[in-house]
Design a protein around this ligand. Structure first.
Ligand code: ACO
Length: 389
């Protein structure tokens, strides 16, 4: 604690960045966001290059081991992911035992992921190799859980994972029961890849804070899921789609947004703590949205999204408010026939390698997270017995 910081203060007396804006929590090699220039890289490689040339599995390796894999290394890593895809019977039973109509898929995901640790005999083993294995287990199993959650909500039997498809393709197969088109398989891979890591965001910070007490990999990832669930973070994509449905028609898009801006309403899928320029992930997904909406016959949603984007940038661009990744991911996934309530769980599938990599990085040089509050409550107060209050 630097000298001169007052630990007890009257409200407003001590300055500190609300929401920990701009504060540094530690050093990291994983990803870098330049918000002023709309730039994102994983381990130095620009996100555009990864989206064009890489795969989700390769990006998982890159984030975990800080280097692109050689062919044999990627094959061995993929083999581990394939081997871990199936989830325990107890996890299926837990998912299918949940009340289908009242359980939000993120609540289902949080609960189901917790059960995984019960079936990993080394889940409490505090060694780098046990943590790494648990991390790979989580990356491999989240898609199976999300697909089972989706099917249970529709009253359908689960479709078990196959070992002959990449992770994103297999997820769509488990969700629908059919092999997806090459375009949809590619776009799902891109969506996961684009969500894989993003600096010290709220859920990553939460996961790191959890592991800093030497809590296990499963608990720390569940902590990340809990933080991601909120509408100011991962929950925004679902609300983007709700907004498009509420707007209903292309003609209504401009008046709806102008009215929302006039009422100072926050538009989901816009704005970012770090980006004050166009989120590069949104730009990549905008490109794919054109192909997907054309194939799906949902061009109307893209037209609406483009009108909203134009009006928002026109009115609020000077304040640094641009579309974020959630804006176009919602349009793309809904066009692929994915239920909007699954958008955030799919975000979690994509983000889990980021959480895992940061947890491993934290554990390699750990110190417990223990910031302080500026105390603004009263001092020197005597306890008052119940009958004298
Ligand atoms: N629509 C309209 N105005 C906005 C929006 C928005 N989406 N976002 C920010 N603003 C305005 C605020 O009203 C505020 O204006 P003011 O200075 O006149 O009061 C100013 O911009 C700053 O906004 P804050 O909320 O203070 O910015 P903060 O950095 O705390 O929040 C956040 C960032 C949470 C992402 C915010 O922009 C937001 O709520 N966006 C909508 C939700 C969303 O899309 N979340 C996804 C984020 S990306 C991700 O997690 C993948």
């Amino acid at each position: 604690m630097s000298a001169g910081i007052k630990l007890v203060a009257k409200p407003g007396e001590v300055e500190f960045p609300k929401g920990m804006e701009g504060m540094i929590s530690r050093e990291s090699t994983k990803s870098f966001v330049n918000g002023a220039e709309g730039f994102l890289c994983y381990n130095g490689i620009p996100i555009q290059q990864l989206a064009e040339n890489s795969t989700f599995e390769e990006v998982c390796y890159l984030l975990m081991y800080d280097a692109l894999p050689k062919e044999t290394e990627l094959a061995a890593f993929n083999q581990r992911l394939l081997q871990y895809r199936e989830i325990p019977d107890f996890t299926y039973e837990t998912i299918y035992g949940m009340p289908a109509y009242t359980t939000h898929p993120m609540a289902a995901l949080r609960t189901a992921v917790s059960t995984l640790s019960l079936f990993d005999e080394s889940s409490e083993e505090d060694t780098p190799s046990a943590l790494e294995r648990a991390g790979i287990n989580l990356i491999a199993k989240l898609p199976t859980i999300v697909a089972a959650v989706a099917r249970s909500r529709q009253g359908l039997e689960p479709v078990h994972p196959r070992a002959d498809m990449p992770l994103a393709t297999n997820f769509l197969y488990m969700y629908t029961g059919e092999e997806p088109s090459p375009l949809y398989a590619k776009v799902m891979d891109i969506i996961l890849l684009l969500h894989a890591d993003h600096g010290c965001n709220a859920s990553t910070f939460t996961a790191i804070a959890a592991t800093s007490s030497l809590s296990d990999m499963y608990s720390s990832v569940v902590a990340g899921i809990c933080s991601l669930k909120g509408p100011l973070h991962g929950g925004a994509n679902e609300r983007v789609m709700r907004m498009l449905n509420e707007i209903g028609t292309v003609d209504n898009a401009e008046p709806y947004i102008l009215n929302a801006i006039a009422r100072k309403k926050k538009i989901m899928g816009f704005g970012h703590r770090v980006y004050k320029a166009y989120d590069p992930r949104a730009a990549i997904l905008h490109g794919y949205a054109k192909d997907v909406t054309r194939q799906a016959g949902t061009e109307k949603w893209l037209q609406m999204a483009e009108i909203i984007e134009r009006v928002m940038i026109d009115k609020l661009g000077k304040k640094g408010i641009y579309p974020n990744v959630d804006f176009f991911s919602g349009t793309v996934m809904a066009s692929m026939g994915i239920d909007p309530s699954l958008f955030t769980p799919i975000f979690a599938m994509g983000r889990v390698p980021g959480w895992v990599s940061h947890i491993l990085e934290q554990r390699a040089d750990n110190r417990i997270y223990r910031p302080r509050f500026i105390y603004t409550g009263p001092m020197d107060v005597d306890y008052v017995p119940m009958d004298e209050r």
